[in-house]
Design a binder for this molecule. Structure first.
Ligand SMILES: [Zn+2]
Length: 106
């Protein structure tokens, strides 16, 4: 079978058109949102390195939740998934963020 050479999988990006189809792990967005929500309460360093570290550790402990969706639908899909999953993710995120705040890698 021939694989088309222009095969491209789009990732979410602000330069996409609203009807572009994107492949995304919904939990990447939800975890980033939850970490941002919790930051002021946990007192973890808010730099990009610590936030990314915390997100990576949390995401590695979750089953991925990949969907294909239109770029323009992404935000409403994320808020649906966030509503369903955020209480579990908050518990995990709180634990991980305390750990990161005790051992910042910088
Ligand atoms: Zn930091």
């Amino acid at each position: 079978m021939m694989v088309p050479t222009n095969l491209e999988i789009k990732r979410p990006s602000s330069s996409n058109k609203p009807d572009d189809i994107v492949l995304v792990n919904m939990y990447e967005r939800v975890v980033f949102d939850v970490v941002s929500d919790l930051l002021p309460f946990i007192g973890m360093c808010p730099c990009g390195k610590c936030v990314s570290d915390a997100c990576a550790i949390i995401l590695n402990q979750l089953e991925p939740k990949y969907v294909t969706t239109q770029q323009g639908e992404l935000l409403s899909r994320v808020s649906e998934v966030k509503k369903e999953a955020q209480s579990d993710i908050k518990i995990l995120a709180t634990r991980v963020m305390y750990k990161v705040s005790q051992n910042p890698r910088h």
